[in-house]
Design a binder for this molecule. Structure first.
Ligand code: NI
Length: 136
């Protein structure tokens, strides 16, 4: 059931908000505010070490000695958290690996940190999302 409520905002703040949501292609304020509220709850789930989902994307140089083996070894250490992993050979040197993860926020963060700190990893990013169970 949808409920309506009124928000009072300073005019300057509202102008800024309207500019921002226009750039983000929102059609109206309501959907933008709903998304803001949801993302604050997602953040809360990650802070509280709840069950979460996420996507790790990493770019690395596969010519770096032993790197490929280390990446595989670390992923095996976290096999309970890894739903799927896709490897893309981007060019002669660089590989992109996209790993879909699920589990406690703490262990998913730990996995990301271990991958990121390997020598030869150029970029390693964790996009945090939610199982959606508590978000409607
Ligand atoms: Ni590759």
């Amino acid at each position: 059931m949808l409920k309506r409520f009124t928000i009072s905002l300073d005019e300057k703040l509202l102008d800024r908000f309207d500019d921002a949501i226009r750039q983000q292609k929102y059609e109206n304020r309501s959907e933008a505010i709903r998304d803001l509220i949801r993302s604050s709850f997602v953040e809360e789930e990650w802070q509280a070490d709840k069950d979460v989902v996420g996507v790790i994307s990493m770019v690395y140089d596969h010519h770096q000695p032993n790197l490929q083996e280390k990446v595989t070894e670390i992923q095996h250490d976290y096999h309970h958290q890894i739903v799927s992993a896709t490897h893309i050979h981007m060019d002669h040197h660089n590989c992109l690996e996209v790993v879909i993860v699920k589990g406690h926020a703490g262990s998913v963060r730990e996995l990301t940190d271990r991958l990121r700190s390997l020598r030869g990893v150029r970029n390693c990013n964790l996009a945090m999302s939610t199982t959606g169970r508590d978000l409607h």
